[in-house]
Design a protein around this ligand. Structure first.
Ligand code: PAF
Length: 275
């Protein structure tokens, strides 16, 4: 496995391959990321994982500053699952000029305006910008994204569609700890007490799912009850829980498949999850 910092070097290494699998990450890797890399390993000739903490997607400067950076440990993990190249560029390599990858197409706006987009202004502009740039650099045939960032996945799919890119987007299941907490790089920032109560988020989402499956479509009440339960805990404070159309992320019409999405502050760590 090689660790590469420069765009030109990576492109030189990849030039001879035509089945490149790509996993974009911001590092601080956990088993969720490794599952993406393992799936890419099974399906592709060459696997590239990028490790880049993208400054343009952090609406909160403090969040950017304290985002865990663990490249040495990340590289060991990636080597253990057979990754070929770790692309760990500097900010200058990714953004050599002010070029933006903002999508003009209006069809993406409804996806970026809700949930995470409403609570983290500019976040998805940064995500679309960096993923567009990384796709241009790596030119992958398949790119792997976790379902934990459900809204991000929907936006990336839309981006690929409106920009007419040939990359296939492969969604991968959420990986959870034994107690149900969705794995996230931010979990390492939780105190022991916060970590102990964080699985309540998933338990409440499951409750909502079970009730919807049983025919209860009073989404506002289901959400209200779950928020009450979660907020009873001194370490937890819900930012939103929403039941949305699984594709459009808007208010669901009758008989449409829905996704239940949540963002909850656990102390000052922001956790997201969905079912
Ligand atoms: O999901 C993430 O870790 C990031 O948003 C991504 C896709 C690597 C872009 O920086």
């Amino acid at each position: 496995m090689r660790i590469i910092e420069r765009v030109d070097q990576l492109q030189e290494c990849l030039a001879q391959y035509n089945n490149v699998g790509f996993v974009p990450t911001m590092g601080a890797l956990h088993n969720g990321h490794l599952e993406l890399a393992k799936q890419a390993r099974k399906e592709c000739e060459i696997v590239v994982v990028s490790v880049f903490v993208n400054p343009t997607q952090f609406n909160d400067k403090r969040d950017l500053e304290r985002y865990p950076r663990t490249l040495d440990a990340d590289a060991k993990l990636l080597e253990s699952v057979g990754v070929d190249f770790v692309f760990a560029p500097t900010v200058e390599q990714i953004y050599p000029d002010e070029q933006k990858y903002v999508i003009e197409d209006e069809s993406i706006l409804p996806l970026t305006a809700v949930m995470e987009g409403a609570h983290r202004p500019g976040h998805f502009d940064g995500v679309v910008q960096v993923v567009g740039r990384l796709f241009d650099i790596v030119n992958p045939h398949k790119a792997y994204f976790g379902l934990k960032d459900y809204q991000q996945l929907a936006i990336i799919r839309k981006m690929v569609e409106v920009q007419n890119r040939s990359v296939e987007i492969v969604p991968c299941d959420i990986v959870r700890a034994e107690d149900g907490l969705a794995l996230s790089s931010r979990n390492s920032l939780l105190t022991l007490q916060q970590r102990a109560v964080a699985p309540l988020i998933y338990r409440e989402l499951i409750q909502i799912r079970e009730k919807i499956d049983a025919g209860n479509h009073d989404y506002s009440k289901l959400v209200r009850d779950a928020i009450l339960q979660i907020n009873k805990n001194e370490y937890l404070c819900v930012q939103y829980i929403e039941v949305v159309d699984a594709v459009s992320l808007q208010e669901p019409a009758e008989n449409k498949t829905v996704r239940v999405c949540a963002a909850v502050m656990c102390g000052d760590v922001r956790l997201i999850d969905n079912v």
